[in-house]
Design a protein around this ligand. Sequence first.
Ligand code: GLN
Length: 478
Amino acid sequence: MMPFSDIKKIREQIRTKKISVQEVQNVYVDRFKKFDDKIGSALEIFSNPEAPQNPDAPLYGIPGLIKDNICQKGRIASCSSKILENFVAPYDATAVERFKIAGAYSLGRANCDEFAMGSSTETSAFQLTRNPWDITCVPGGSSGGSAASVAAGLIPWSFGSETGGSVRQPAAFCGVVGLKVTYGLISRYGLIAYASSLDSIGICTRTVYDSALVLSQITGPDSKDSTALQDVKKIDYTAQLTGKIRPGMKIGIIDNALNAEGIDAGVRTLLDDAITALEKLGAKIERISLPSMDHGAAVYFMISRAEAASNLSRFDGVRYGYRSKNSEDLLELYENSRAEGFGREVKRRIMIGNYVLSAGHADAYYKSAKIVQEIMRQEFLDAFKSVDLLFMPTTPCPAFKFGAFKENPLQMDLQDYFTAPINLAGLPAISVPCGFVDGMPIGMQLIGPHQSEELLLQTAHAYEQAHDWHTKYPEWLK
Ligand code: GLN
């Protein structure tokens, strides 16, 4: 078995008994041992992974890596934060439960930005994750460990989480496929909340086919999550992956996004090539403009911080995780536990969140942001009256160096410009590799209306199969 095999191939080899489930596991455990001290994608590789049970199940014997803000029963779920460093999850997230039923299993926990807050995985309290294509660059974030491990061939699939782009952006930086689904398509039960109205579990894989394979096993209603979509039927998302796009397909290029200030010239060239390729595949290309997108990052900034402040109030040193040892009374216990347990970025967001929700400011900030969110959402829905899918960049530039935005955190937030609007509108989107700039991978983004995952995957797959980006990997990781 080749280390850079996709799930489809590994599954075939297990089925035809060319390789055993144990041998597959050994290959990946050995690769983590050999390479992950340089990459830092995993916080933990289990010494005793749960053995998959049902040989007839669709993902039998396929290991994955799970972002550390997703609960795996009996395992630590730290959110890469000191405050939850020793917190052991009492139950499986629904998505975890479902991939286990499908025969897959988890090999460990993926590093991420603390509480999924960041675009570079630099805010993890524990370690840096490095981009496998150039270890002096970030892997993106917040699901940096999830994307880097798949890109490095250390694991065939991983879970990340999306609030404003945290699966698509690192997928683009690391040259893998990143899927963010319609809000509620995958249950949030067991995903530790950052901004609940935007949060969603996402999938990183080497190919679009693999993304569809994993997705097919984890969707569906869930009585434990009232925001999970209740009316979804079980779909085999691989069924439409013919290598062709749907006849008569119209793709709307979001022109103001493509021409946004600050897009790297190399990225721009690759995106123009991708548009030409989609046209060659038979898509009808239309140019449209979504003016409210320009406010996406600002709106996301306020709504995500407001919800984070509220969600993170539960970490008080009493109920979960870290408790300060040097406190005289209860108030001091709260204050010291939070002061010592949370990192800088998380504290900054809690403070901003409480500010935008405070009595004197909620109307000016939080409520205005909610109004603009609705306008944006409407603008997307209107666009889908005339086109089937939308197209824009995933990120403005290739992966950047560590510390690039140290002096300017606001500049880091602009990384979310092309991704956060999609979470604000609750839409599905996928980032697919579309080439390299100076040796670093670049992603393009396709966006669809609510619950259009089939069409989205079909189109992304056709594009992918017409290229060979997905067969490339960093040579030193052979
Ligand atoms: N980069 C964004 C942020 O810092 C997105 C994070 C996410 O999607 N979890 O909030």
